[in-house]
Design a protein around this ligand. Structure first.
Ligand code: FES
Length: 100
């Protein structure tokens, strides 16, 4: 979208997820599952995944692939990105369940 189309909207960027000393579970999962290579697509993948997991904490592989279908990755072949998001979903559900 063009920036002007976001006028008046709240914009959340990848910088809001975690820090170098305390990665967000999604960032940790990308690290552990090798969900990136050059990293060019990674901010977009992370933000799409956050949106998906906020609405669907237990997505199927097909749902993950559908969610990221608008983001292109020239490096990974997507397999490890999908694995990373599935792993993050599991980690985030465990945190939610432990807090309940
Ligand atoms: S990791 Fe290089 S474009 Fe996705």
């Amino acid at each position: 979208m063009f920036a002007v189309q976001a006028d008046g909207c709240e914009v959340t960027t990848v910088e809001s997820l975690g820090s170098i000393n305390k990665l967000h579970p999604l960032q940790q999962a990308f690290w552990e599952e090798h969900g990136l290579q050059c990293g060019f697509c990674t901010p977009g993948m992370l933000m799409v995944a956050i949106e998906l997991l906020s609405k669907n904490p237990n997505p199927t592989e097909d749902e993950i692939r559908e969610a990221i279908s608008g983001n292109l990755c020239r490096c990974t072949g997507y397999q490890n990105i999908v694995k990373s998001i599935a792993s993050a979903a599991k980690k985030m559900r465990a945190v939610t369940e432990a807090a309940a």
